[in-house]
Design a protein around this ligand. Structure first.
Ligand SMILES: *Cc1c(COP(=O)(O)O)cnc(C)c1O
Length: 416
């Protein structure tokens, strides 16, 4: 066995080539060589530790977005680091002609989270791919119709885009795979009106993350379950953003006593290592067979060990409880500001939307970034807060104390 030496570590740093100096140099190079699908990057980050990230100019930021609900354990978590380096120095990849212990261990842990220990998993590298697998499962039912919701986000591949609502994302790529019907989100009666025996599946986010952390009324998921049962349709719950402890429970729908036929996961699952999963229970677990789907990287042992490390640390360190407590703390302190621009704070656990009374959320996010806080604005009137689940009240309070200043400046600028 070979072990990494100091020389090897130096070499791996050299592989990246001579680093352009400071943020400006990197941004320049970015613009020349990276496709412009995301707009100009707002910062160049070079290092992270716990809830903080440092930019290429040495400035520290409190990361209240966690790579969009990804870094549940924060940056450079020692357990993930040890697990991933241990696995990659033992066995990094074998293809799906073969099995590995890490892969089956993660499959078993995830099945346990669905409430059905017989649930089966198809591993992927992203949330989009998890939803593609789910889409293909629905086609194997012999029906084609899918019911999705207005405001839904499920990814950008052609299949995932077909069930994503935003016309801005969809229009250039039509025709998309059909046949998909969109109904208003959170409206059980609108679902009841369209779910019949021609429907293959109903796909729902238990909280709409990209749409601005929109929480449906109580009983919505349970009613969707009843409607699907009556129609013989699959209930497909997309927990890519909400799952893996983000909201204070492993999964939002199981915490409400609802069982899904298909569950998709990704973001928080690997703490930044790309790993996604499409889980299926009952009949849905048997619909894909040899040749009907596949992946080269999905389920590779390094990604799988990252997922196992995340689950173990969330359990060991009581991070579901911390997510619940810190989420409630954030709501109480932000609403307690009594600021006229803050309408209310919605969401669950540490997936929160600060709903504003004016469309100044992008400006507020920019001002926060200037002051060293990473947040984002999924909607013009909503700020999203999705920090690592390890965050402390003292860390959250630094943001809450600074927030009125950002709101006042944004309002003044908007009025000018
Ligand atoms: C982010 C997201 C996706 C897409 O996941 P990627 O890993 O970006 O492919 C799908 N569904 C939901 C609910 C998401 O938030």
């Amino acid at each position: 066995m070979t072990t990494a030496t100091t020389t090897d570590v130096t070499l791996s740093a050299e592989l990246a080539g001579p680093a352009p100096h400071g943020s400006a140099g990197v941004l320049d190079a970015y613009q020349r060589s990276v496709m412009n699908t995301f707009g100009p990057p707002k910062r160049v980050f070079v290092r992270g530790e716990g809830c903080y990230v440092w930019d290429a100019d040495g400035r520290r930021h409190l990361d209240l977005l966690a790579g969009i609900a990804v870094n549940a354990l924060g940056h450079a978590h020692p357990t993930v680091l040890a697990a991933v380096t241990g696995q990659i120095s033992t066995l990094g990849h074998v293809s799906n002609f073969f099995a590995t212990p890490a892969q089956v261990a993660l499959a078993g842990r995830l099945a346990g989270l669905t409430g059905d220990p017989d649930a089966k998993v198809f591993f992927t590298n992203s949330g989009t791919e998890a939803n593609e697998a789910a889409f293909k499962i629905t086609r194997m039912t012999g029906r084609t119709k899918i019911i999705s919701t207005e405001g839904a986000f499920h990814g950008r591949s052609m299949g995932a885009l077909a069930i994503t609502h935003n016309p801005k994302y969809r229009a250039p790529f039509e025709p998309l795979p059909g046949d998909v019907t969109f109904v208003p989100y959170g409206d059980a009666e609108a679902l009841a009106a369209v779910v019949d025996e021609t429907v293959a599946a109903v796909v729902l986010e238990p909280i709409q993350g990209e749409n601005g952390v929109v929480v449906p009324p109580p009983g919505y998921l349970a009613r969707a379950r009843e409607l699907c049962d009556a129609a013989g349709a699959l209930l497909w719950i997309d927990e890519v953003q909400t799952g893996m402890g983000r909201t204070g429970s492993w999964l939002v729908h199981t915490a409400q006593g609802v069982t899904a036929d298909v569950v998709t996961l990704a973001k928080g699952l690997g703490n930044g290592f790309p790993v996604g999963a499409c889980l299926a229970t009952g009949r849905a677990a048997t619909l894909l067979g040899p040749g009907s789907h596949g992946t080269t990287f999905g389920g590779n042992p390094v990604a799988s060990i990252a997922g196992l490390a995340v689950i173990n640390v969330i359990e060991r360190d009581g991070l579901l409880e911390n997510a619940t407590a810190m989420g409630e703390h954030l709501v109480a302190t932000v609403e307690g500001l009594g600021h006229p621009l803050v309408d209310h704070v919605r969401g669950r656990g540490l997936l929160r939307g600060i709903v504003l009374n004016a469309d100044v959320a992008p400006a507020v996010a920019d001002l926060a970034l200037e002051a060293g806080f990473v947040v984002n604005a999924p909607r013009p009137h909503v700020l999203r807060i999705a920090p690592p689940l390890i965050i402390t009240a003292a860390q959250l309070d630094t943001f809450t104390e600074a927030l009125p200043g950002f709101l006042d400046t944004a309002a003044r600028t908007a009025a000018a």
